[in-house]
Design a protein around this ligand. Structure first.
Ligand code: SF4
Length: 386
């Protein structure tokens, strides 16, 4: 299969706000259930081990007209909660048997409450993750949260989640995470072979397909991309930062590339990469997942940082590791976690002579010309003066 064929399939999934692929998975066998989750991180293994499909809900993108959703929220917040409400009210998520709302900000917390009011007969949970990274405090707490989720998923699915089933799911997700890391490493090594718009579509497909199918897709894509003869351009190497929750429209990512930038790292769809090292498959699987979350999870503005000195270190490390020449801070309008930390991250970049620019977007931003001009000017200035 060629990259064009794989990416065409991903684009079809990206544009489909009816979630036909996930519906088809559910209808393929009696008794199957689907559990939706909002960004940023959910231990998908627990849903998977219960025999259900974890489905990433990333809002309505730029293909969904929000009519009812606007009535639920004030105007000065991000767009993803409104478009998610719209998805719910228009029946697009009527096949979803449960919804998880990970703790990321007040907006998502409120959305979980609204969901319960809108759909009183559908399981919904605000899933809290620890803000304390000590084993005896945050670790203990998180294990209890996951045990509660495990119990709920057993009840919802009607299937017992044994330690063995959970460890098997961890092994499958380990394989998946490794492949995701491989795609990112390949893009950083040879960005002309792996355009960011393709990586983005590939990663988004992973939110709606069963993990086993996505593993095959990632494997096929890397093999096909390796064979493809794509010209090397005189682009600069940049990192985009701030898009960990509400995702940018595809055109924004294409615009950054067309402006002369190779994106060599980003924070899109962190759920695919949250756990950065292999999770052990021996021993207590819940403890293993908790340890991985506490000690081997990706840093971002979505995660509490316990010391001032460490703020932004992950971004600086990524700049160095990926040999980036600059950083583009691109975050959703009104996103508290991203925009509150942005000045600190920007200061860290300035202190270390890493050039940076910033802009905001919404998942339905349509006007790309200003972004292309800003990114193009940034790319030119990097080429001329860095
Ligand atoms: S985009 Fe930002 S503010 Fe909006 S729901 Fe996500 S994390 Fe919260």
């Amino acid at each position: 299969m060629s990259t064009a064929e794989i990416i065409a399939r991903c684009e079809e999934l990206y544009e489909d706000t009816t979630f036909a692929a996930s519906r088809a998975w559910k209808e393929a066998a009696p008794g199957r259930k689907v559990v939706g989750f909002m960004p940023v991180y959910i231990p998908e293994e627990i849903i998977h081990a219960a025999g259900m499909l974890p489905l990433g809900i990333l809002g309505g993108g730029d293909g969904l007209e929000v009519i009812h959703g606007d009535a639920f929220y004030q105007s000065y917040i991000c767009r993803i909660p409104r478009s998610t409400i719209e998805l719910g009210l228009t029946g697009r998520l009527d096949f979803v048997d449960g919804m998880l709302f990970p703790s990321i900000c007040d907006v998502i917390r409120n959305l979980s409450g609204m969901w319960k009011l809108m759909k009183p007969n559908v399981y919904a949970k605000y899933f809290d993750v620890p803000q304390n990274y000590r084993d005896d405090i945050g670790g203990e707490y998180y294990q209890r949260e996951m045990q509660e989720l495990r119990h709920d998923m057993e009840k919802l699915s009607g299937n017992k989640i044994t330690d063995e089933a959970l460890s098997n799911s961890i092994a499958i997700y380990n394989q998946h995470r490794q492949l995701v890391r491989d795609v990112y490493a390949m893009r950083s090594d040879e960005p002309w072979k792996v355009p960011s718009s393709e990586v983005y579509l590939l990663m988004r497909a992973g939110q709606v397909l069963p993990v086993e199918e996505h593993i095959v897709m990632l494997t096929d894509y890397m093999a096909a991309a390796q064979e493809e003869d794509r010209p090397i351009r005189d682009n600069c190497r940049i990192i985009t930062c701030g898009a960990f929750c509400e995702q940018p429209p595809l055109n924004l990512i294409k615009s950054i590339e067309m402006a002369g930038c190779y994106v060599v790292d980003d924070d899109y769809m962190l759920v695919n990469r949250w756990l950065m090292e292999e999770v052990p498959t021996e021993g207590d699987p819940i403890k293993n997942l908790a340890d991985a979350f506490l000690h081997h999870s990706a840093d971002s503005s979505a995660k509490y940082c316990d010391t001032q000195e460490k703020v932004g270190q992950y971004l600086l490390d990524s700049v160095r590791k990926n040999k980036a020449e600059g950083v583009i801070f691109a975050a959703p309008s009104f996103c508290d976690p991203a925009l509150l930390e942005r000045p600190l991250l920007a200061a860290k970049m300035s202190e270390n002579d890493v050039p940076h620019i910033s802009f905001k977007y919404a998942e339905n931003s349509g006007q790309m010309q200003p972004i292309r001009e800003q990114a193009g000017t940034f790319a030119d200035s990097l080429k001329l003066w860095s």
